[in-house]
Design a protein around this ligand. Structure first.
Ligand code: PLP
Length: 397
């Protein structure tokens, strides 16, 4: 090489080499993990052009707007949800919070389902009022939603099936109601994860998921997603860019990897959960087993119409006379069920609940203690034996 004053010195070259690896041969199965804050442009014109277009187009222009790894996951989620586009968030709760902030303005009212994830209820009850955004709740089956609309209702926010006891609502009917009123319909779709339930196909404008759960599937990533129709997209996109919402490309890679196996995992969770649910129905201390796939479940007909299946979540209510101490003895008597928040990983979990705090429209004051189970991929015969041993521990007092 001709030596001239423009040839970079070794230290400079060390910083510039290996940036654009050319693969001699084929390409990897999975997208590369592209980690970036700075994104470099060829010249000023290139940079100006990218900046001018990035409001409307998804372009790789800065790490906070996502890298090609994030884009690959966004595309996968959009496909699963049947959405125009999707955004990624550091947690499912952040996805919910940004959905509320992006679409509601001072003076607006959001009508929320009584069955929403409890932190979403707390967020709405506590943090919307200072922004002059009103929030109230409708019955989880949607029966009083029309009566509870206000002139300033800008969004109906549903969760179906509901958290903890899986109430079903008629999503197409809620969509018709919202749209007739000039409001948006948003739905927390963490339960269905885009496989068992698809709110956008049923008329919702916005679908929120905690990718933390079944999409990631291995209890090792926190992430949320919001998928929208084309009409609802610009407001969300603007807010995410303005508020710096992004996720690590390493986490995006993990969720994408988890998503490859979501359908067979869910089929197995469903099969195991149904075996356990039927067994629980024979336990004398149990009043009700909650799972939308059971014929006795209120909303079972809607589940049959709108869902592709069920997942690993089931809950049960103890009969009157069994107090929290009894439920605690049951929980502590389990050996194969982990005790902890969240669900959607491969392993079985148990969580105590307090339905009196989790609902404000439905009255749970006279009802029994509810325990939630997440049925994992373990052999269901072992899980049933473990549950039987824990009920024995509960009976021993
Ligand atoms: C877990 C969960 C969330 C929140 O997800 P995080 O990633 O834990 O913040 C939201 N909605 C539902 C229904 C959930 O179960």
């Amino acid at each position: 090489m001709k030596k001239d004053s423009r040839t970079p010195h070794i230290q400079t070259r060390l910083l510039r080499m290996g940036k654009h690896p050319a693969y001699d041969g084929g390409s990897p199965v999975n997208p590369a993990v592209v980690r970036a804050s700075t994104v470099l442009f060829d010249n000023v014109a290139h940079q100006r052009d990218m900046r001018a277009r990035r409001g409307g187009e998804r372009l790789f222009t800065y790490g906070a707007r996502g890298t090609p790894t994030n884009f690959a996951l966004e595309d996968a989620i959009s496909e699963l949800e049947g959405a125009y586009r999707s955004k990624l968030f550091p947690t499912g709760l952040a996805a919910i919070a940004m959905t509320l902030l992006a679409y509601l303005k001072p003076g607006d009212h959001v009508l929320m389902s009584d069955s929403v994830y409890e932190p979403a209820r707390k967020l709405s009850e506590t943090f919307l009022a200072p922004y002059q955004i009103e929030c109230s709740f409708f019955a989880a089956d949607g029966s009083d939603a029309a009566a509870k609309l206000r002139p300033n209702t800008r969004m109906i926010y549903a969760e179906c099936p509901g958290s903890l006891v899986y109430e079903m609502c008629d999503m197409p009917a809620l969509a018709a109601l919202a749209h007739k009123h000039g409001a948006l319909l948003a739905c927390d779709n963490t339960w269905g994860s885009g496989v068992q339930y698809r709110p956008l196909a049923l008329g919702a404008d916005i679908s929120v998921m905690a990718a933390t759960k079944y999409l990631s599937g291995h209890s090792d990533v926190m992430m949320g997603s919001v998928a929208t129709t084309e009409a609802a997209w610009p407001a969300l996109s603007r807010y995410c860019d303005a508020f710096g919402m992004t996720v690590s490309p390493d986490d995006a890679y993990l969720v994408l990897r988890g998503m490859r196996s979501i359908a067979p995992r869910l089929a197995m969770h469903e099969s195991h959960a149904l075996q356990v649910a039927r067994h629980l129905q024979s336990i004398p201390e149990i009043q009700t087993v909650f799972c939308p796939a059971l014929e006795q479940h209120p909303g079972h007909e809607i589940w049959k119409r709108d869902c592709e299946g069920t997942n690993g979540l089931i809950s049960f209510e103890l009969k009157a006379g069994h107090d929290q101490a009894a439920a605690d003895r049951f929980i502590d008597g389990l050996a194969l069920f982990g005790l902890g928040a969240s669900w959607g990983g491969y392993e079985s979990l148990v969580t105590p609940t307090d339905m009196r705090n989790a609902r404000s429209v439905a009255d749970w004051s006279g009802r029994g203690i509810v325990v939630r189970l997440h049925i994992g991929l373990e052999d269901p015969r072992d899980l049933i034996a473990d549950l039987d041993a824990a009920f024995d521990a509960m009976r021993r007092g």
